[in-house]
Ligand binder design. Structure first.
Ligand SMILES: Cc1cc2nc3c(=O)[nH]c(=O)nc-3n(C[C@H](O)[C@H](O)[C@H](O)COP(=O)(O)O)c2cc1C
Length: 153
């Protein structure tokens, strides 16, 4: 199984940490969306999109790059994110990226979220929240997610 991870991590490098762990487990190619220069993904079996959550959404570049990928139609896809607040029914910040994946006929086969250090806005005044995260347990959960993904695909 050949896989590619496309990610964006601008705040504290939290998502990059997670992206690298998944890439290690999957033995995947990995690229920051700003450095992506080959948009032809036809040779990949599985594509992962990762991002910090900014203003209740995945990063706009990560969402919009999906329209530009050649050979994306019918590909297996997974998404992952790090965020200040936990993902929940009321806090489903993945709606836009899921819609975009669906519009481009991607097949969502996995999703992962964990909390990350957040010193944005008012949180800066208190020294940030989720200090030290992603922590060892988050990394272990990331590995478990990636291994399951590998087994199932
Ligand atoms: C501009 C900005 C907006 C953010 N908005 C949210 C948000 O709406 N919801 C949330 O849970 N976290 C929010 N956060 C926290 C980030 O999602 C969190 O710190 C994440 O781990 C950052 O990932 P990164 O270090 O890979 O960029 C925001 C952070 C920044 C800098």
């Amino acid at each position: 199984m050949k896989s590619l991870i496309i990610y964006r991590s601008v705040h504290k490098g939290n998502t990059e940490k997670i992206a690298k762990v998944i890439a290690e487990e999957l033995i995947s190619d990995i690229v920051s969306v700003s450095e992506l220069n080959n948009f032809d993904v036809s040779s990949y079996d599985l594509i992962g999109f990762g991002s910090g959550i900014y203003m209740a959404n995945f990063n706009g570049f990560v969402i919009s790059v999906i329209d530009k990928l050649q050979g994306f139609n019918g590909k297996k896809v997974f998404i992952f994110s790090t965020s200040g607040s936990p993902k929940s029914f009321f806090n489903s910040f993945d709606k836009r990226i899921k819609k975009k994946i669906k519009e481009n006929n991607g097949i969502l086969v996995g999703e992962f979220n964990c909390q990350g250090f957040d010193a944005f806005g008012p949180f800066k005044l208190v020294g940030g929240i989720n200090k030290g995260r992603p922590n060892d347990l988050d990394i272990e959960n990331t590995r478990k997610f990636a291994r399951k993904l590998k087994e199932a695909n």
